[in-house]
Each structure stands twice: as C-alpha cells, then as structure tokens.
Design a protein around this ligand. Structure first.
Ligand code: PLP
Length: 377
C-alpha cells in the first residue's frame, strides 16, 4: 500500500507493518505477564506514526510513549479511546489544560512539573493521571529519590494526582554485563517502594532482553519494534522492518585519472564503472558514508561509495557486477537483506536510532501489510 510521500521519488522506503507487529508480539511474549507498551516518539522513529500506531493498536497494544505534547496530540486521534499515551518529556508549562483535555498522561520529571499537575488537578476538582519518573542514575530526566519520597508523603499531591506508573530509564541496557544496570534496578526499587500500589516501568528495548526482574509491570521498547538490535545482538529474533532502496539516475565509466564528486576526493587509477544514485544527505543518508565507508547492495554484492555524498545523490562503484547488470532506473538497496539498520549505523559511526530518525520525507513510502489507520473525525 502506498503511504504518504512522493511519487517519482528516487528513493523508496518500505515499512513492513506485519514484521513490526511480529516484533511487538515477540517483545510482549518475552515480558509477559508485564504489559508491553510501544515507544512511538519522533514519528515512530521516522517510520510514520499513523500506520505504526494503528497497526500496533489493532494488534492489541494499549500503551504508547511519545516525547512531546505535540506528538501526543497527533497520536491521540489515531488510537482507540482505551489506549494510554504517555509524554516522556513531561508537562510543558501552561499545557496542563491541553494535556488534560486530550487525556494524555504526562511523565512528571521534576518537582515543578509535579506541583503544577497537582495544582491543576486540585483546581479542577479532579485528579489527573500521571507517571512519575525517578532518576535512578542516568542524570537525564526524573526526580531524585529524595524528592520522590517527599512526594510520596505529600498528602495534597497524592490527592490531586492519580499515579498510573512509577518509572525510570536505564543508561546501559544495550550491554547486559554493564554493572550500572543492577545499580539502577536497586536504586529504582528502593525509590519505588515509597509508592507500593503504583505499577512500575523500567525496561526499554535493551531492558526487555535483561532478566525478568527488569520487566516490572510494563516494558517500553522502541527500537526493537523497528528491527534494531536491542542488546548485545540478542535482538536477532526480531524481524527487519525497513527496506530502503535508491534508484540509479545515471551510469558511466571513467578512465584513470578522472575525479569523482565534490572535492574530487576520489581519482580513478583504472577503468571504473559507476552508478549515481538519487539519494543523498538531504534524505538522511549520512555524509560520513562517503569515500567507500558506506555502500549500496545489489543481490548480495557490495557496491561501495566513491567520493563524497552529495545533497541529492551519491556515486557507487558497480565494478563488482557484470557489465550490463544494472540500467538507469534500476533500484539498489541501501537498507535491506544484505545491510540492516545496525550495520548502517556502525558504518556511519552512529546508531540505528539516528539512521532511522534522519530518513527524511522525500522518499516514496510504501507500507506492507498491517493497518494504515485513519485519523478519526
Ligand atoms: C526512547 C525511550 C525508550 C525507548 O528506548 P529504546 O531503546 O528505543 O527501546 C524508553 N524509555 C524512555 C524513557 C525513552 O526515552
């Protein structure tokens, strides 16, 4: 099924919604009886929040996490009424009414946010739902354990806020042997003990593949849904969700001494057969993948980049293919069976998360299987 995006684009992004749902089921099975939420922030890691959310909701997922209020407002009409949407970055000042009206659940990360949400609930005469985040050692978001303990004993706060979740976030869940995982789990459990009746959430994708003590009442995987390795390669059971193809816009052969691309960084020392692909850094394909560090693939054959990556195009060496194999208008893989999102991340000196969330909006997007969803009126 064709999704949003452009016809006649020279890049094609296919998102396999059935694979997405299969990954959700794998993750949910692994954490059961804990609930498995889905993190769909940043437009579902760049893959399109509408089809991703609709597919997961149709598959039974009922808890979703976004980063910002605006993302929550966007996701709300796509999801069933009984789905919960949590705002990871918390409650922006002045947004209390908007948040309450849309039924979004802020993650309270600071005493200021906690007090504002309590004051709003008290003024409305109706406590608002919230999650409370505790900083268990990552020093990014969340209350100190002391502040959390103070809130636990604050009768006015407890009356004005309905706590749905106590949560924290692991800094090194992608490395199962990291000693900080156990330290954070213990710190979290001590702090959460002040709220004995409130369900707990700690695990992101990496945490799902740690022992079950990390799963708590609800896990919150993101990247694993989208086929990214969560942790030390144990994510191997997850299916690839993304395929990215680039179209060949020109073929040429160059002789020794001829330069290629900006700066003429590459100079041929022999006869070279080249293909220019219609995808560049403006499409989120990292510039760091130039100079042979990155590659396209065709039927298992690696086609290394030659010279610098341009804004709208890149050049690859197709000498490994028999002459005549490829023609203008043919498609080669940038992300696919021969090169997954983690491999691209490693080659580019970054992580799969950054590759996916950078993909941009010029591709023709194709959604396979699943549910395209629709905004309800
Ligand atoms: C982004 C995020 C997640 C999801 O992380 P993944 O590594 O993609 O599974 C979970 N929890 C919090 C607080 C996050 O910010």
């Amino acid at each position: 099924m064709k999704g949003a995006g452009q016809a006649f684009a020279s890049g094609r992004l296919a998102v396999d919604l059935d694979a997405l749902l299969a990954n959700h089921r794998t993750l949910a099975h692994r954490v059961a009886p804990a609930q498995c939420a889905a993190v769909i922030k940043a437009d579902a890691y760049g893959l399109g929040v509408l089809p991703v959310a609709a597919t997961l909701a149709a598959g039974g997922c009922r808890a979703f996490f976004v980063a910002h209020l605006a993302e929550g407002l966007e996701a709300k009409p796509m999801l069933p009424d009984d789905a919960e949407i949590f705002l990871l970055n918390g409650l922006p000042a002045g947004a209390e009414e908007e948040c309450a009206r849309a039924g979004l659940i802020p993650v309270l990360n600071s005493m200021g946010q906690a007090r504002r949400w309590a004051a709003f609930g008290a003024a409305m005469g109706r406590p608002g739902k919230a999650a409370l985040q505790i900083d268990s050692g990552m020093s990014r978001l969340g209350l100190s354990p002391d502040d959390a303990a103070a809130l636990a004993g604050d009768v006015a706060f407890r009356a004005a806020v309905t706590l749905r979740l106590i949560m924290s976030h692991l800094a090194c869940a992608d490395r199962s042997e990291a000693p900080s995982n156990g330290d954070q789990l213990r710190a979290f459990e001590v702090a959460a003990a002040c709220f004995p009746d409130v369900p707990r959430s700690l695990a992101n994708s990496g945490g799902v593949f740690l022992p079950s003590s990390y799963h708590q009442a609800m896990a919150r995987p993101g990247i694993a849904h989208y086929g990214g390795a969560a942790n030390d390669g144990i994510g191997a059971a997850l299916k690839p969700v993304v395929r990215l193809q680039a179209q060949i816009v020109q073929l040429r052969a160059i002789g020794p001494g001829t330069g290629v691309g900006y700066g003429l960084d590459f100079r041929a020392d022999r006869l070279c057969r080249l293909a220019t692909l219609g995808v560049g850094y403006a499409d989120g394909w990292p510039r760091s993948l130039g100079g042979g560090r990155g590659s396209a693939w065709f039927n298992g054959i690696r086609l290394p980049t030659v010279g610098r990556i341009s804004m709208d195009s890149m050049t690859v060496d197709i000498g490994a293919l028999e002459d005549g194999t490829l023609a203008e208008g043919d498609w080669v893989d940038l992300i696919g069976p021969d090169q997954g999102i983690d491999a691209v991340g490693v080659a580019a000196g970054t992580i799969s998360y950054e590759i996916l969330t950078s993909l941009g909006h010029r591709y023709e997007r194709v959604y396979l299987g699943g549910h395209m969803g629709s905004s309800r009126p």
